[in-house]
Design a protein around this ligand. Structure first.
Ligand code: PMP
Length: 424
């Protein structure tokens, strides 16, 4: 299949994120906590499409809602009841969500959030943090890291040493600084005082390790933004509706001015949302900042969102604690297995999602520490786990769903022990 795909699909894969050494996994079907490859092999899946399948793959509630809406009839670029109902549900679940707008994918909504912040404040610069990912759109939303390795994409902007984090060329309005480091932020804000529209972050850093920031840091960021007239944007494309019904802002107790949502909010259908304080969102409502998209609020995807959010909201007392408990069983089990086998390993996260690191460090607090861990060996572990019927995100990230059972956890722990034993 890979050879055939390469004849017609550039690189044989649909995203750079899926470019790994060796032959990619070609998925035939996915149900609940499982997926099956084209040869019929089954895997317990902790990738969940990079996070969305929070109720597991293709749950009946989603399949039924989507099929019913398709049969009922669909048109685009028009207003409809489902859109209002989904917005009402989000407002009732998410602390910052006074007004909402919809897009199709996370990159779009993140882009819309920055455009809104610039339009609302009349300022151009945005503070972004090392290792935080806000979608793949350029110029300003490209995945901006210090170089991970020499073989990284050639178009990746790189902070110039001594520039104070200012990026050259296409991303000139983007100011890059270190996360979870109050001195770095204070210094950056002081150097660009009066010019910064927004600070954007993943409130739990998921794209470079599963890192919850220090409490004191997040409340200080909120205070600095208030004092300086800067909008705080939480990119909750991964954390939204996952680490709590109201996302990281509910879990960590800090409310941003704008939240960006995607992935889990429709359980696997393509919907994203921009949700924020009314005074900020009114800049869109008044037409001062444009927001468009033919497929925004697509009725089929919105019917999926309505069905999935209803389940997440109404069964919140069951789904979230259970997902966390099963995730923590894996986290504790992996750490115990690693210590028994004498493999240095750190397991860190919230349970609903977590990261395994091959490191003897007691914790990992930001992107630089993440980048210094042994990710090449982690990618090898990914391959060994696949042979054992377990699929994790190759960099060592694990997503739980409401469909994972305690039997899945037991089977995964046994498989993990086998894979880890083969690693050394
Ligand atoms: N923000 C974050 C935090 C993400 O993790 C992602 C995707 N991994 C995006 C934005 C972009 O979302 P999408 O891939 O749906 O465009």
């Amino acid at each position: 299949l890979y050879a055939r795909a390469r004849q017609v699909i550039a690189g044989g894969v649909s995203s750079d994120a899926r470019r790994l050494p060796g032959t990619p996994l070609y998925v035939d079907r996915a149900q609940g906590s499982r997926l099956w490859d084209a040869d019929g092999n089954a895997y317990i899946d902790y990738v969940l499409g990079q996070g969305p399948a929070i109720l597991g793959h293709s749950p009946d509630v989603l399949a039924d809602a989507v099929a019913a809406q398709m049969r009922r009839g669909v048109t685009y670029s028009a207003q409809h009841l489902t859109e209002i109902e989904v917005a009402e549900r989000i407002r009732s679940m998410v602390p910052c969500a006074e007004l909402i707008r919809f897009n199709s994918v996370g990159s779009e909504a993140a882009h819309a959030a920055l455009r809104l912040a610039r339009g609302h404040t009349g300022r151009d610069k945005v503070i972004k943090f090392e290792g935080h990912y806000h979608g793949w759109f350029d110029p300003v939303l490209f995945s901006v890291h210090p170089p991970l390795d020499a073989a990284g994409p050639a178009d990746r902007p790189v902070a110039v040493p001594g520039s104070g984090g200012q990026l050259p060329g296409q991303a000139a309005d983007l100011v890059l600084t270190r996360w979870n480091d109050l001195d770095a932020l204070t210094d950056t804000v002081a150097r660009h005082r009066g010019e910064i529209a927004a600070v954007v972050m993943e409130p739990v850093l998921c794209n470079s390790g599963a890192i919850t920031p220090d409490d004191a840091y997040l409340s200080a960021v909120r205070r600095i933004c208030d004092d300086e007239g800067i909008l705080l944007i939480f990119d909750e494309v991964i954390t939204g509706f996952r680490v709590a019904p109201g996302g990281a802002q509910e879990r960590l107790g800090i409310t941003p001015d704008i939240g960006v949502f995607g992935k889990a909010m429709a359980g696997g259908m393509q919907v994203s949302a921009l949700a924020g304080k009314a005074a900020v969102m009114e800049t869109i409502a008044s037409g001062k900042v444009s927001h468009a998209g033919t497929f925004n609020s697509h009725p089929v995807a919105m019917a999926g969102a309505r069905a999935v959010l209803e389940v997440l909201d109404e069964k919140r007392d069951d789904i979230y604690p259970e997902m966390e408990r099963r995730g923590r069983r894996l986290m504790d089990g992996f750490a115990a297995i690693a210590s028994r086998l004498g493999v240095p390993m750190l397991v860190q996260g919230t349970g609903h999602l977590f990261q395994t690191y091959l490191t003897g460090r007691p914790d990992v607090r930001d992107y630089r520490e993440f980048a210094a861990t042994d990710r090449a060996t982690m990618a090898r572990l990914h391959g060994l786990l696949l042979e054992e019927g377990i699929n994790m995100v190759p960099r060592g990230l694990w997503f739980l769903s409401a469909a994972h059972t305690d039997d899945d956890i037991d089977a995964t722990l046994a498989a993990f022990e086998n894979a880890l034993a083969k690693l050394s």
